[in-house]
Design a protein around this ligand. Structure first.
Ligand code: SAH
Length: 485
């Protein structure tokens, strides 16, 4: 997908200073979900054109994910319009690659950055999902001249229905920063489809990028509603805050900190919560409940106050942690947006008091990429998570968790494969869940955990969860790591 920006403001080559990108070069910038190539097909005294070509890699988005369930099945993860349609990915790419321009700063041409200049932006292909006239409704009030060219899906198959894709050209005399902010907010608004988990910091981003224009926009409710994916209480909050006098409170930090997560997983991947089959196997012994209670008790017992649940799934442990006053701050992290949405529902975010909202946060992220948001916690839990990682990704998890995040206590649980022999109907070598990449014996778990602890400055102790079999051990196993220095 392409975003093209042209100016005829002289000298037009100054566009390079405004965008902080040298017109003499091609800028190839890697993004977690693909790459952006930035270049200038024409630069002269009278006219300059800049192109951001975004190449979304659909395979990277689902890489390493198993055959778990998602609304459309695994195929849907590959066969969709993400690779070529300008969507929320383009907004992320604008924020990442044109950060200074979006913030309105220019080292060499600070005055020009504050100046309204003739600009033309063209986006192609742009998905528009909504009622007739949506583009005009959104961009006209902001002063743009608009040209829309439909892109047919395929004339030969009219039964495919009308195409949601258009090429859109906007023209206005405005500041570059305003043009970029309008695009940043309104591209995902046009495309109603959900591309990643919308966490609360999106609300701050909307207020931040909407500063100076959203409050006056006649369709601000529609914009907030679609941008926040129809979370009513958030839309209400945005409208209230837009209505307040004085400057909108912005939290640039939130945007900053969110970067690794965007990198890590912009895309709902595949849900890998404990599935029905695994629960059915383990149910007679209520193993999962016991496991969660045990982990919460260990964190409490070790005196942790600020805790993070890594691979929190649908939030069962988060719920337990929230019910304990000792835990002053609880963070849930998961790569799957479907799971995070389930967690939001389970915890009833929309009905939570201000005080509770301050204690809990859930964010999308992958545990194999360094993430500043998980650093500095007293305690971390990974309940039935490690066995979902490819064995060759464990080293990345070790670095992220034990070398970068370094919580005081880390509690990890994983199935004890020896015990599988006792589950009725399980064949030898079979695993409890289709997405498990491995299941370890007690000796294997220790052989992994002990060297990690030693290398990273932790002690580690092992125990079983569930009724112990004399020969095979307990159905689940737990390692508790404690930082020594
Ligand atoms: N801890 C939860 C969920 C366990 S299922 C519980 O006990 O109920 C495993 C969870 O790990 C899933 O929600 C899955 O999305 C998540 N997960 C798997 N790989 C991940 C990764 N690389 N980064 C973050 N989360 C991951």
């Amino acid at each position: 997908m392409l975003l093209t920006i042209t100016t005829t403001h002289r000298p037009a080559s100054d566009l390079g200073f405004l965008l902080h990108k040298n017109p003499g070069r091609v800028h190839d910038m890697p993004l977690a979900f693909g790459r952006a190539v930035l270049f200038y097909p024409e630069v002269s005294e009278t006219s300059a054109t800049f192109v951001l070509a975004l190449d979304v890699d659909p395979v990277a988005l689902v890489r390493g994910k198993g055959q778990g369930k998602s609304s459309g099945g695994l195929l849907d993860q590959y066969v969709n319009d993400r690779p070529y349609a300008a969507s929320s990915f383009l907004s992320v790419a604008i924020a990442k690659t044109l950060r200074n321009a979006l913030g309105g700063s220019s080292k060499e041409r600070p005055d020009l950055a504050m100046l309204a200049i003739p600009l033309e932006a063209r986006i192609l292909p742009l998905p528009v999902r909504g009622s007739e006239g949506l583009v005009e409704k959104l961009f006209k009030p902001l002063g743009y001249d608009i040209t829309i060219e439909p892109i047919p899906l395929d004339d030969k198959w009219p039964e495919w229905g009308p195409s949601p894709y258009v090429a859109m050209t906007l023209r206005a005399t405005c500041r570059l920063r305003d043009l970029l902010a309008h695009l940043y907010v309104l591209i995902p608004v046009l495309d109603k489809q959900k591309h990643y988990f919308v966490e609360r910091s999106e609300l701050e981003k909307l207020l931040d990028k909407g500063e100076g224009w959203l409050a006056q926009h006649p369709s601000k409710e529609l914009i907030a509603n679609r941008y926040l994916r129809f979370k009513k209480s958030w839309t209400k909050e945005v409208l209230e805050r837009l209505g307040e006098d004085g400057p909108v409170v912005t939290e640039d930090d939130v945007v900053e900190v969110a970067a690794p997560a965007e990198a890590a997983g912009d895309e709902p991947i595949v849900e890998m919560k404990k599935d029905a089959a695994e629960e059915a196997l383990e149910k007679p012994i209520r193993l999962h409940e016991l496991r969660l209670d045990t982990v919460a008790a260990v964190l409490k017992d070790k005196g942790a106050r600020r805790v993070v649940d890594l691979g929190c799934g649908s939030g069962k442990l988060l719920k337990r942690l929230l019910s304990e006053k000792q835990f002053t701050e609880v963070l849930g992290v998961d790569v799957s947006s479907i799971s995070l949405e389930m967690a939001e529902r389970r915890l009833k975010f929309d009905r939570m008091s201000e005080r509770q909202l301050k204690r809990i946060r859930i964010v999308q992220g992958a545990l194999t990429y360094r993430d500043r948001r998980i650093e500095g916690y007293d305690g971390a839990a990974l309940v039935e998570v490690i066995e979902h990682l490819e064995p060759d990704r464990l080293a990345a998890l070790e670095r992220v968790l034990f070398e970068a995040a370094k919580p005081g206590v880390v509690v990890i649980t994983t199935p004890n494969s020896e015990y599988n022999a006792k589950f009725e109907g399980m064949k030898p070598g079979q695993m409890r869940h289709a997405d498990h990449r491995f299941e370890w014996t007690r000796a294997e778990f220790e052989a992994w955990a002990k060297p990690v602890a030693e290398r990273c400055g932790y002690t580690v102790a092992f125990s079983g969860i569930g009724e112990e079999d004399a020969a095979l051990g307990a159905p689940s196993q737990m390692a508790v790591f404690e930082k020594t220095a």
